[in-house]
Design a protein. Structure first.
Length: 476
């Protein structure tokens, strides 16, 4: 009996592979249009192609300002113009940690940078420290909204407004407290004409009321969720805001805004992993779009782990790097039809590209594993397993000229694995190659794992198992 096993469902291996053994690393699920029952395939994640080097690194922040890009790399602010030339603008007083940047556009002509120690203004010609006595002494976050720079201060529930379109002018009267709950502000974002003030345990929503102090809280809008990871906040345009949430009861999960509410998008298995991580306050995130997908990419530097949530499929996958474990990038921006990623260690700037199958010329190892295949604990024989995968996509020479895929199986919930058995995906043009493993023995409960690492395109459509006539459970 030949049955189709699901390549991927929304469950995921957490702290116990006995409950769910499914993983997906450097591959992501894609709904196959025209197929019944929302059939899902797997395709390769984007690679990184070196573009240029900006400073000594690490990349700490990036912002578009009046058509050009501005990077903070190490202690230095650089301008990267449309001719791809790089100009040293000047130095900050810090060389590590993320910075927050915002532009007030053509009308103001200013770029502001805050780094937890100082505030800086670049006016198109000169980078200068903000010396106004009413500017916060330890500014951590900044956005531009409705004509004002809005700045947060470290270990405070105050937020500060600049003068209209003037980041050098600040008044002691132009500040307010998000005080409906006494936790400190961690991050600020704007969405749908509303300012989201995100504290450690709660979030408040404010709007431009047009009063003497322009902003007022929206009545009854306090949300009992905040964050300990201020760099995990990412704005997704019309799709809202996502961040690594935290509340006073210790919950830890990624949430997404929906109008004036938030909801968890994290399955319990992944929550259990997040809760085991150290240094969650150092988590960083960005969002990018590809092939109709919107990816929220969150990295836990202390754990060297990167997770990705796909808003299109409501599914998670992992991204790994052969050098670090975690994803290489720390900053991201879309500019001039390029997805640009700054390195978390060096000054390297990369293009994030779907047709690049390496990360800065390093191998990308890709893996997926099934959930448990069982007939209610009955001993059954597995005659063969067959992978329906695009073949004949090999390179003409070098690594990838004869790409391989490796299969292993586990009969103890993924605790130990069989010897690896490798199949060739065929040379270039071998489009009809059969990928099948036979003589798989008998088992009561089995997990299959497939790995690949050649620098070629992988498109995996289906997985089939042949057994005697059974009622195999294909757990989601």
């Amino acid at each position: 009996m030949r049955i189709e096993l699901p390549l991927y469902r929304k469950g995921y291996e957490g702290d116990s592979s006995t409950l769910n053994s499914q993983r997906c690393i450097n591959l992501y699920p894609e709904t196959i249009e025209g197929e019944p029952d929302s059939k899902v395939g797997l395709i390769t994640t984007d690679g990184l192609e070196f573009l240029t080097s900006i400073g000594i690194g690490p990349h700490r922040g990036v912002c578009e300002h009046n058509g050009d890009l501005y990077f903070v790399s190490g202690p230095t602010l650089y301008k990267h113009d449309t001719n791809l030339s790089v100009t040293n603008i000047g130095n900050l007083n810090t060389s590590g940690g993320f910075v927050s940047m915002a532009s007030n556009g053509i009308s103001g002509g200013e770029l502001i940078i805050v780094d937890g120690a100082d505030g800086w203004i670049y006016d198109g010609s000169t980078l200068t420290a903000i010396v106004d006595a009413d500017f916060p002494t330890s500014p951590t976050k900044v956005i531009f909204f409705d004509g004002y720079f809005i700045v947060l201060e470290n270990n405070s529930d105050y937020f500060y407004l600049s003068a209209a379109y003037d980041g050098t002018s600040w008044s002691s009267l132009d500040k307010a407290r998000a005080e409906r709950d006494p936790d400190t502000l961690q991050a600020v974002a704007a969405h749908n004409r509303v300012v989201w003030l995100i504290g450690e345990h709660t979030t408040e929503l404010w709007y431009n009321s047009g009063n003497d102090f322009p902003f007022d809280p929206i009545p009854n809008s306090i949300i009992e969720i905040g964050t300990k990871a201020p760099n995990s906040i990412a704005h997704v345009g019309d799709d809202g805001i996502l961040w690594l949430a935290h509340d006073e009861h210790g919950a830890l999960y990624v949430v997404k805004t929906d109008a004036s509410t938030v909801k968890s998008i994290t399955p319990p298995a992944i929550v259990s992993l997040f809760e085991s991580y150290t240094g969650i306050e150092n988590a960083t995130a960005f969002v990018y779009r590809r092939r109709g997908h919107t990816f929220y990419v969150i990295t836990f530097p202390d754990e060297n782990k990167t997770w990705v949530y796909d808003l299109l499929t409501d599914a998670w996958h992992e991204r790994e790097n052969s050098k670090h474990g975690r994803f290489e990038g720390s900053t991201y921006i879309y500019w001039e039809q390029m997805h640009l990623v700054g390195d978390f260690e060096t000054g390297n700037l990369y293009k994030l590209l779907p047709a690049v199958y390496t990360e800065n010329s390093r191998v990308i190892r890709r893996e997926f594993s099934t959930n448990h295949v069982t007939d209610k604990g009955q001993l059954i024989r597995h005659n063969y397993i067959e992978l329906e995968i695009e073949t004949g996509m090999a390179l003409l020479s070098g690594q990838g000229s004869d790409p391989k895929i490796t299969m292993e199986f586990s009969d103890n919930d993924g605790k130990t694995w069989s010897n690896a058995r490798t199949k060739s995906l065929g040379v270039q043009g071998d489009y009809n190659k059969l990928i099948r493993w036979t003589h798989l023995g008998t088992t009561r409960n089995r997990v299959y794992r497939f790995t690949m690492s050649d620098p070629v395109k992988y498109r995996i459509k289906a997985l089939f198992l042949d057994t005697p006539d059974t009622k195999i459970e294909r757990h989601a």
